[in-house]
Design a protein around this ligand. Structure first.
Ligand code: SAH
Length: 267
């Protein structure tokens, strides 16, 4: 998955946008990835493993020091079942139950790097650290925790109740510091209560870019959404100040996310 930054640009308002070609490769399990058995106590070994993970992300082109630092701080093995803890620092998506996955570290790092880069055009590093962020699709809370290390205020919503509860437990430290708010909520139309946001991250894929969310985003803010039906393009739309009610959209990597679903699941 190379960095095909700015493959194309276009301006859209609330109109539907669907740009999907039918090519690309899944990144959930990359060919050639060696799955090592690590220490029987992943807690003790995790600092070394996180450093190795950061080196791997750097080699794959992640250069944003804030993002790499955040990945180094968040203990990913705490977000997966203990049976999978020894694989937590491999650059892989892993199952978390309910047919969902914890995101691949590269995808977490890449999406946050893209958004920070777009936002940094008009903001200092200090301003970036105080921004208001929404994530749709919290899952077990890993990306929400990494986002909390990078930005000021994060809200993350999840539609599957047991996963929402898992995230509450996994992210207790960020919730108690009031850096992170979690809600059991269907975020297909965003989450108006915390708006306006500086950025909205979709952690599940959409069929069309969510142009209607323009009202929940500040001027100059960004919506990042994996968009497409089987494989998706990562699309980032910046709300243009000069053009009222429109996003300027750039297309990035080909990715494979679980699909966004409607409604709440209490299971
Ligand atoms: N952000 C997670 C990855 C979660 S996988 C991480 O850090 O690892 C995608 C998640 O999106 C799933 O948990 C799924 O239940 C959730 N999801 C799908 N549709 C949703 C919706 N409409 N509203 C909120 N969450 C949704």
């Amino acid at each position: 998955m190379g960095t095909k930054d700015k493959l194309r640009r276009l301006s859209v308002g609330k109109a539907d946008v669907n740009l999907m070609p039918r090519w690309g490769a899944r990144v959930l399990f990359e060919p050639g990835t060696k799955i090592k058995k690590t220490s029987s106590n992943p807690g003790l070994a995790s600092l070394t493993l996180r450093k190795k993970l950061i080196d791997r992300l750097r080699k794959r082109g992640i250069v944003d020091a804030t993002v790499l630092k955040a990945i180094g701080i968040v203990e990913r093995h705490r977000f997966v079942d203990s049976a999978l803890a020894s694989m937590a620092y491999e650059d892989l998506a892993l199952p978390i139950g309910f047919k969902q996955t914890i995101s691949q570290p590269f995808v977490v790092a890449r999406t946050i790097s893209i958004v920070r880069k777009l936002l940094s055009k008009n903001r200092s590093e200090d301003e970036l650290a105080h921004l208001n962020i929404l994530e749709v699709g919290c899952g077990c809370g890993y990306q929400a925790a990494v986002l909390s290390e990078c930005f000021g205020q994060v809200t993350s919503v999840e539609r599957i109740h047991p996963l929402y509860e898992k995230a509450l437990k996994n992210c207790a430290e960020y919730v108690s510091k009031r850096k992170l708010k979690l809600h059991f909520y269907d975020g297909k139309s965003g989450f108006n209560d915390g708006a306006p946001y500086d950025a909205i991250f979709f952690s599940a894929s959409l069929e069309k870019f969510p142009g209607e969310l323009i009202e929940q985003v500040k001027d100059g803010g960004v919506v990042l959404a994996p968009t497409g039906i089987n494989l998706q393009y990562l699309l980032a739309g910046i709300k243009e100040v000069s053009l009222s009610e429109s996003f300027s959209i750039s297309s990035y990597d080909v990715v494979s996310y679980v699909p966004l679903r409607e409604g709440l699941d209490r299971l």
